[in-house]
Design a protein around this ligand. Sequence first.
Ligand SMILES: [Zn+2]
Length: 164
Amino acid sequence: MPYQLEQQHLGEIMDTAQLTPNAELKDLVAEIVSSYLANNHVAPADLGNLITTVHDLLKSLGKAPEPAPSLIPAVPISHSVRQDYVVCLECGKRAKTLRRHISAMHDLTRDAYRIKWGLKSDHALTAPIYADQRSVFAKRIGLGQRRKMESTALSAIDNSSAAQ
Ligand SMILES: [Zn+2]
């Protein structure tokens, strides 16, 4: 069980990191990080960053005068991804993509946002239809290149038949 091993290391990493959490905060960080690790793959090199992110997030939540309201999403998480828009759990904004919004408006990295709301690492921050359009667009570009190649091939055939 690799995650149990990593959980054992969490305390050591927190001890060596530039963090001075109290025992309660330390337990909470370990709990959140280990449950995140159970659902998401995190490279060992990113583990320190993840712990720092969770720690800072919890610390900032602890400082907030009204911690409870900040943990109620603007819309239920199950309603936050629609076919043609996604909804920001922080403020309820609807957008094609929230990738810039969450950092610009809420000062959260994508990881911090996903951890805060308990989202999986593949939770969509871009509306599926918008992501599809991008891949359709990419295919069209590929198709255009193919047409160009076909017409080049055809003119080559024309040239060779004209030479005969
Ligand atoms: Zn927002």
